[in-house]
Write a protein that binds this ligand. Structure first.
Ligand SMILES: C[S@@+](CC[C@H](N)C(=O)[O-])C[C@H]1O[C@@H](n2cnc3c(N)ncnc32)[C@H](O)[C@@H]1O
Length: 276
C-alpha cells in the first residue's frame, strides 16, 4: 500500500516533534512496517488510518505506530564495559561522595528492563549486606507501554539469561514450571518503571548521579540529541555520569566531559574538586 508524500511528510513531522525520531529517509520503512497493520485495523488506505490516529486524543494509536517503527532490542550484559565502570569506578566514587546514601540512577529508554535489572544486580553485588542502608532504587523509563508492561513482570527465557554469570542467574531469578525465569521480587522492587517521553521536560524531583541512555539516541538527529544531552546535563549531579551507547556519538556542543568512549561526566563544582 502506498503512502502519499503528503501523508508521509505530515506523519514524519508529527513523530519528530513529539518523540524526536528522525524518519526523513524512512518512507519505505513506514510503508513496509505499517501496511499489514493498517489493513488489519480495517482501513484500505493510509490517509483514512492516519486521520483516525491524529483524531485519537489518548495518543495510544500513535505509540502503536512508534513501536512498529523502532526497535526494543536489548539484552543482559550489553556493552559490558559500562557494568565494569559502574562497579569499579562509579559506585566507589558514589560511596565516598553521597553522604545521605540516596543514590539516584535512571535508565532512560529501558525497553524490556534487562538494562536496569542488570545495573540493580551489580548494585547488590557491590553493596552486599550494606545494600539495605542505601536508597538505591533505579528509575527506568520508556515510551513503549508494551515494553514497560513486560519489564515490570521481569519474565525472561532461559536463553536471555545466558550472558549473566551462573551465580547471578541462581540468585536473582526464580524458575517457573513453564521454564521461564522471573526476576526475584526483591530485585524487582528495586526498579521503578514509568512512562516518560525523552522529548518532554525532565521533572523528576532530584538530580541523578547516573543517567544511562544507551541505543536510544540512534533515532535522533544531531539537534535533538544535543538538546536531550543538555537536558540530561542539567538533571545530573556534579560529578555524576551519563552512559551512552558505544555506537552513538556524543553531540558536538555539550558540557559533559568525555571520560572514555560512551562514558561522559559532569565536572565537579569548584569546592568539591578540592575535596577529591
Ligand atoms: C534499542 S532499545 C535500547 C534499550 C536499552 N537501553 C539497551 O541499550 O539495551 C531503544 C528504546 O528506546 C525507546 N525510545 C525511543 N524513543 C524514545 C523516546 N522519545 N522517549 C523514551 N524512550 C524512547 C524505545 O521504545 C526502545 O525501548
Amino acid at each position: 500500500m502506498e503512502l502519499s508524500n503528503e501523508d508521509f511528510i505530515r506523519l514524519a513531522k508529527t513523530i519528530k516533534a513529539k518523540y524526536g525520531l528522525n524518519l526523513t529517509e524512512k518512507k519505505y520503512l513506514i510503508e513496509s512496517r505499517l501496511t499489514n497493520y493498517v489493513l488489519d485495523c480495517g482501513f484500505d488506505n493510509f490517509t483514512e488510518y492516519l486521520d483516525s490516529v491524529y483524531a485519537d486524543r489518548s495518543g495510544i494509536e500513535m505509540t502503536n505506530i512508534i513501536s512498529r517503527l523502532t526497535t526494543n532490542y536489548t539484552y543482559f550484559m550489553r556493552e559490558s564495559e559500562h557494568f565494569r565502570h559502574f562497579t569499579e569506578v562509579f559506585l566507589k566514587e558514589a560511596e565516598e561522595r553521597i553522604e545521605d546514601k540516596d543514590l539516584r540512577i535512571w535508565s532512560a529508554g529501558c525497553s524490556y528492563g534487562n538494562e536496569p535489572y542488570n545495573f540493580a544486580m551489580c548494585l547488590y553485588e557491590y553493596f552486599g549486606d550494606k545494600a539495605m542502608s542505601w536508597d538505591s532504587r533505579i528509575l527506568a523509563t520508556d515510551i513503549s507501554f508494551n515494553a514497560l508492561r513486560m519489564a515490570k513482570h521481569g519474565v525472561f527465557t532461559e536463553q536471555a539469561l545466558q550472558e549473566l554469570p551462573d551465580e547471578w542467574q541462581r540468585k536473582y531469578f526464580t524458575r517457573h514450571v513453564n521454564g521461564t525465569y522471573q526476576v526475584t521480587d526483591d530485585l524487582r522492587s528495586n526498579v521503578v518503571f514509568k512512562y516518560h517521553n525523552l522529548m518532554d521536560p525532565i521533572c523528576f524531583k532530584k538530580k541523578f548521579d547516573l543517567i544511562v541512555c544507551r541505543n536510544v539516541m540512534i533515532y535522533f538527529d544531531e539537534q535533538t540529541k544535543e538538546e536531550l544531552v543538555n537536558k540530561f546535563y542539567d538533571a545530573t549531579e556534579p560529578g555524576g555520569y551519563l552512559y551512552i551507547g558505544h555506537a552513538e556519538s556524543a553531540p558536538k556542543n555539550m558540557r559533559y566531559e568525555i571520560v572514555q568512549p560512551a562514558i561522559l561526566r559532569k565536572p565537579l563544582e569548584k569546592g568539591d574538586e578540592d575535596d577529591e
